[in-house]
Design a protein around this ligand. Structure first.
Ligand code: CS2
Ligand code: MG
Length: 402
């Protein structure tokens, strides 16, 4: 069996997606996601100029060998562009293997470990009252877990606050827009949100919060401590994780569960955090961390330390990644939760898929492969549109982490 051709499809049904389609000499094809929000065309070039020429003639059944070829063979290891390109190939190859075997991907991974995949939705508002209302809407929709973000008085365009009603879409400007940050103001305000949420809805639902890399380790520890009475499911990306040791300080001071990893590309980004039991949930997902082949290695290492998965699932990860992640989540023994920001109707139409939501859970389908396709004709109607994530500056103009 051979790969005879491959192509990259870029489409923007409301936001940009990079999709790889690999064709084989047996008529079977596979689909992979290589979307890197705000840097999409770098992955397109990596795939078209440097990966696809090597793939032609290879045996698509050799998923592991092709992964090693692309990882070791580039010499320049890791990084978001390389690992997304590898992920796109890997997803497409698992799709092909599933279609050849007549089995959904979760069966190839080892079979079902659970009936459904618990997800969390994104509730946000310009202030505490609006966010409390938004959480109520998710509860009414049947969600068991909800991430809550609020605007903070005095902070310009705080992270996670949408312009629409249900979720936020940060990459919306042809050049990065400038948002603000002020830790003092956030530390004064965010705990009050969770106090009100628990007072309004009780303790039956899981609540999550994303710090989006804004706090120093000391400030993060302080926030974790202040949130303890409200029993969060997790506090995410509370400080940047390039320095994995930074989490020691946070861990020494709070039992609020910690989640990290949506920007991790490989097991090396998470190794110390996992081995020193500095986190509780790992946010790496299929497109970010080199595909299913690599993600399951991360999950296995994490399982030794009772760390559970919590795959990134914002809307900049295409339905192809969501489909693959749901097969992974259905299998992985140390599953924690799956993020789920619904895609727009336009996006769902471009990517026909067989997963569905019901009462707080997502369910992957039983179609052979990962169950997500691309309607190329429809995709062609939505050409690429430059869209950047914002940047963040402190009040005095200093660049900060968005
Ligand atoms: C966020 C993301 O979902 C999350 O937890 O941190 O929305 C992140 O901001 C985007 O994926 C960036 O592209
Ligand atoms: Mg996040």
């Amino acid at each position: 069996m051979k790969i005879v051709s491959a192509k990259v499809i870029v489409t923007c049904p409301g936001r940009n997606f990079v999709t790889l389609k690999i064709h084989t000499d047996q008529g079977v094809y596979g689909i992979g996601d290589g979307t890197l929000n705000g840097r999409e065309l770098a992955v397109v070039s990596y795939l078209e100029d440097h990966v696809i020429p090597c793939l032609i003639g290879m045996d698509p059944r050799r998923i592991e060998d092709i992964w090693q070829y692309l990882y070791r063979g580039a010499y320049w290891r890791r990084g978001p562009v390389t690992m997304r390109a590898i992920a796109a190939v890997d997803m497409a190859l698992w799709d092909i293997k599933g279609k050849m075997a007549g089995m959904p991907v979760y069966q190839l991974l080892g079979g079902r470990s659970r009936d459904g995949v618990m997800v969390y939705g994104h509730a946000n508002g310009a202030d505490i009252d609006q966010t409390v209302d938004a959480v109520g809407k998710y509860i009414d929709l049947g969600y068991k877990a909800i991430r809550a973000q609020t605007g903070v008085p005095g902070i310009k365009d705080a992270y996670g606050v949408g312009r629409g009603t249900m979720y936020y879409e940060p990459a919306d400007a042809a050049l990065p827009s400038v948002t603000g940050w002020d830790t003092r103001k956030a530390l004064n305000y965010v705990p009050k949100l969770f106090e009100k949420l628990r007072a309004t809805y009780g303790f039956d639902h899981h609540l999550l919060h994303d710090g989006h890399h804004r706090y120093t380790p000391q400030e993060a520890a302080n926030l974790g401590k202040m949130l303890e009475p409200y029993q969060l499911f997790w506090l995410e990306d509370v400080t940047p994780a390039e320095n994995q040791e930074a989490f020691k300080l946070i861990r020494q001071h709070t039992v609020t569960p910690l989640a990290v990893g949506e920007i991790f590309n490989t097991i090396w980004d998470a190794k110390d955090l996992i081995q020193n039991q500095l986190i509780d949930y790992l946010r790496a997902t299929v497109v970010g961390a080199g595909g299913l082949t690599h993600l399951r290695r991360l999950a296995d290492l994490a399982s030794l330390y009772q760390i559970r998965t919590g795959c990134h699932g914002a809307t900049d990860l295409s339905p192809v990644t969501m489909g693959c992640a749901l097969h992974f989540d259905t299998w992985v023994p140390n599953f924690g939760i799956q993020e789920y920001m619904r895609h727009s109707e336009e996006t769902d139409a471009v990517f026909p898929h067989d997963y569905h939501f019901d009462k707080g859970y997502l369910f992957c389908g039983e179609a052979p492969g990962h169950g997500v396709d691309i309607d190329e004709e429809l995709a062609a109607k939505y050409p690429y549109k430059p869209a950047y994530l914002p940047v963040a500056r402190l009040e005095d103009g200093t660049m900060w982490n968005w």
